[in-house]
Write a protein that binds this ligand. Structure first.
Ligand code: F6R
Length: 608
């Protein structure tokens, strides 16, 4: 989604802003722009499409100056176009502003301004903010911003400057992240820490309803009631290296290959092997309350939702909790029983997903214990939940989530193990799980060694337009996740189904042009999966099976087999995920798709 980068210091701002915007490209956008000032002239350049096009345009204009703001826009109000791109300016071209989020009451505010004679250049909700700030400006930009933000409903992360104050950038946030970067004799700000890492690892996260003023040699933070906020800078541990492609063609492929490390990081210091239990420091403070819960709800979106679906099967197997899984976008509008006997766990890579955040706020209001499983340290969900666990998977840049999904599944297993060992899970079973967890990284590496073979299979399927993915029990969520990966990055139609549902509808789709990817572990579902496969073959459907190593029967039933090492039932789906990620990746590559930045998608969905 939209991205913000700002710079004030002694260096040329334009290259820093452009480089920062490039670091945010993975989030998804359709236009970009920047405004840079040298104290006398302000240069404003905007362009539809990639940041590289903006860069080209700037070469002609040559924007010089040591202070500026920049933006990548993901259209919500008004189509992608130069007038709708940010920075937005008002009638007098004095205020330059970039905005992430949505101003919900912009129409009524705009009507008032139109009555006063204002004319608008864009269709955006953002332009309304600029006109209002110009109206209220009496020499103090921050004061004008505070006045205007009192009138505004909705979400915003904004950064702006005024032509008359060329040594000051003002930032404000409500519901959309903004992070200050403290450099040497320079300050930066961005909506995503990745845009700051090249310059500094000292950051301060603005909280909701806070405003920051960046000057050339200092900065200050206050709330909207003018109360000063003192907050220490945090040190970000991710280096810029972690966010580079390291020789892989795409971030997605790099992140698929980072999964053994992501699993090792998820497990590091968290397994007490002799006791068959896990230790999760982030939950220590609430452990007694958590153990006493009757229900747990997993709330999340997209791939993180599928991690929750898998966790339901795992929790049901090892704990006494009754488990609910819900899309965050549905959860917040349902009348659910959320009381002191209920824990709600938000699962989110970014920690900024608007629906997940809103769900947590709703659950908090109703008295539930709110927990987070989040990858991005210091993100809003991490801050707004009472306790939680970090993935420590490193930055995930590819829009399609891979390594964080796997890490989520591992940590959710650790959570189940932790609670289960206080409930019904025996020491023997606990040991069984901890040992199997330990083996995962090595097993994942063996699957990744098969990438060339999976690529060869994927190439043969790249011309089909529809795919069915089927699995049972633990592998049903994995079938849905596999289908989501394919549709996200290759734009092909793919559906994930519980294999038992085949006869209730989807089997009507099967013909020689509609291949099926079947997940066929050697567990209690094996015979039934073989029956499903035979039904597909009887209708001339092609089948690719993800099956257990050593399964000598499966090849006789299907067209192609990808073998994965065997684990225990609850962890087998984690291994089965990898071939599906690679299958989707190689099909998308064969079709020439923009894998790291699929059309219409954003990495962090900060609007509802
Ligand atoms: C799919 C994908 C999305 C996200 C979803 C939730 O590959 O990445 O479906 O999983 O937008 O995002 P987070 O986990 O950041 O809340």
């Amino acid at each position: 989604m939209c991205g913000i980068v700002c710079y004030i210091g002694s260096k040329e701002a334009t290259p820093i802003l452009i480089e920062g915007l490039k670091r945010l490209e993975y989030r998804g956008y359709d236009s970009a722009g920047l405004a840079v000032t040298d104290g006398k002239e302000t240069c404003l350049v905007k362009e539809v499409g990639k940041v590289s096009r903006l860069e080209e345009k700037i070469k002609e204009d040559s924007c010089r100056g040591t202070m500026g703001i920049a933006h990548t826009r993901w259209a919500t109000h008004g189509r992608p176009s130069v007038p709708n791109a940010h920075p937005q300016t008002g009638e007098e071209d004095k205020v330059f502003l970039v905005h992430n989020g949505i101003i919900e009451n912009y129409l009524s505010l705009k009507e008032e301004l139109l009555k006063k004679g204002h004319t608008f250049n864009s269709e955006t909700d953002t332009e309304v903010l600029v006109h209002l700030i110009e109206e209220y400006y009496e020499g103090d930009l921050a004061a004008a911003v505070k006045k205007v933000l009192r009138l505004v409903q909705g979400t915003f992360g904004i950064a702006l400057f005024h032509r008359d104050s060329p040594d000051q950038i003002v930032l404000a946030r409500r519901g959309s992240p903004l992070i200050l970067g403290i450099g040497e004799n320079e300050y930066l700000a961005a909506s995503d820490v990745n845009a700051l890492l090249r310059h500094t690892n000292q950051v301060i996260h603005l909280k909701d309803n806070e405003l920051a003023i960046l000057n050339r040699d200092d900065f200050s933070i206050s709330d909207f009631q003018d109360r000063r906020v003192i907050r220490e800078a945090e040190t970000i541990e991710w280096g810029q290296d972690a966010a580079d492609k390291k020789g892989f063609d795409h971030y997605m492929l790099k992140e698929i290959f980072e999964q053994p490390d992501a699993v090792e990081n998820a497990l590091r210091g968290r397994l007490l092997e002799g006791e068959g239990v896990s230790h999760l420091g982030g939950l220590e403070g609430v452990l007694d309350r958590l153990k006493a819960m009757e229900r747990i709800h997993f709330v999340s979106c997209g791939t993180s939702y599928y991690a929750g679906l898998l966790a339901r099967y795992i929790f049901e197997k090892v704990t006494d909790f009754s488990v609910e899984v819900e899309y965050a976008s549905e959860f917040r509008y349902r009348n659910l029983r959320l009381d002191e006997k209920t824990a709600v766990l938000a699962i989110s890579q970014s920690g900024e997903t608007a629906d997940t955040l809103a769900a947590i706020r709703e659950a908090k209001r109703k008295g539930a214990l709110c927990l987070g499983l989040v990858n991005v340290v210091g993100s809003t969900i991490a801050k707004e939940t009472e306790a939680g666990v970090y993935n420590h998977a490193g930055p995930e840049i590819g829009v399609a989530s891979t390594k964080v999904f796997l890490s989520q599944c591992v940590i959710l297993t650790l959570m189940a193990l932790l609670v289960g060992r206080y409930q019904r899970l025996s020491l023997t079973e606990g040991l069984f799980i901890t040992r199997a967890l330990r083996k995962l990284p090595g097993q994942l590496r063996r699957i990744l060694d098969q990438a060339p073979r999976i690529e060869e299979i994927a190439r043969r399927y790249a011309q089909y337009h529809n795919f069915l993915y089927i699995g049972r029990l633990y592998n049903f969520p994995i079938a849905m996740e596999g289908a989501l990966k394919l549709k996200e990055i290759s734009y092909l139609h793919a559906e994930g189904y519980a294999a038992g549902e085949m006869k209730h509808g989807p089997i009507s789709l099967i013909d020689p042009d509609f291949p099926t990817v079947a997940i066929v572990p050697r567990d209690s579902t094996y015979e039934k999966m073989i029956n499903n496969i035979q039904e597909i073959k009887a209708r001339d459907g092609k089948v690719v099976a993800v099956a257990a190593e050593g399964d000598s029967e499966i090849a006789g039933h299907v067209d192609d087999v990808i073998s994965v090492p065997r684990s225990i039932d609850i962890l087998q789906p984690l291994l089965n995920t990898i071939p599906l990620q690679l299958f989707a990746y190689y099909i998308a590559r064969e079709r020439g798709c923009d894998i790291d930045k699929p059309r219409n998608l954003a990495k962090s969905v900060t609007v509802e």
